[in-house]
Design a protein around this ligand. Sequence first.
Ligand code: PRT
Ligand code: ZN
Length: 289
Amino acid sequence: MQEVLKVAIQKSGRLSEKSLEIIRSCGIDFATDSRVLRERAGNFPLEFLFVRDDDIPTYVRDGVADIGIVGRNEFDESGFYLEVVKDLKFAKCRLSIAVPNDFDYKGLESLEGKRIATSYPNIMMKILKEKGVNATPVVVSGSVEITPQVGIADCICDIVSTGTTLKMNGLKEAEEIYRSSAIMIARPGFTNTVSEKNRILQRLLERMDAVELAKNKKYILFNLPSEKLDEAASIIGGMKSPTVTPLMDRSWLSVQSVVSEDRFWSVFEDLKAIGAEGILVMNIEKMTE
Ligand code: PRT
Ligand code: ZN
């Protein structure tokens, strides 16, 4: 039987869509029926397990899944010893202490002896302990923001992204204590094993790298008076060997190169200024170095 790499993905929530989008961008086909819990990719030896994000570290630890995509916060809160294979850099958020608007916050020492509601007691207590603060965690699994209003906590420690939820609940962000983004996890040492499953993972990672590398790059193609080639090369910069093709009219060349998105407009304007014409710009889907 052919080996498959089993990947645990959040069934429905903030991580689901982007996790699948990343895998799809690697050219891996699958049906997206939100009712199924298991799904086999069509053209790559990958099987998806759609689960709650809280369960992903456990599934990976126990070998139910080989890899998982989960928020770093969930992973750290689990306390499990697992390998972080890759930071996927989406679902970025922070874990912050937030206090009622009338709370006179002067620094972490203001939390001494306070009751802090959170769904992340392990992460929070570890950080407060390191800072020498003694506080009491009040563990809740949701609606953390209302706990000060209902009197079961003095302040909260919760995930913040835009800050809107805090404001809506009469709270202010007092201190960021931790940052998170989505990560790929595996059992410790998995990426060093000589196994078919690891070979599949390495193929997947290679494809992810190629997509990532292409993401902020543009492919640029233009016509240029032949004598301007050196100038164009220095404008574009960093290119080993631009592809240069002669045109019918020998006083002109066609030049192709790759430019990073952040420099694109200045390169575009400078090329125009030296007489480049017919500048064509294209998105790059995948790329290797
Ligand atoms: O059902 P399941 O257990 O799978 O999902 P879940 O409800 O536990 O998780 P989900 O989908 O809400 O979040 C999954 C992961 O996304 C989290 O573990 C974080 O790593 C990440 N993430 C990114 C966030 C946020 N941004 C976020 N804003 N997780 C939660 N929030 C919540 C936060 O708890 C608060 O209630 O959004 C509110 C704050 O948002 P702002 O924009 O108002 O500040
Ligand atoms: Zn969850």
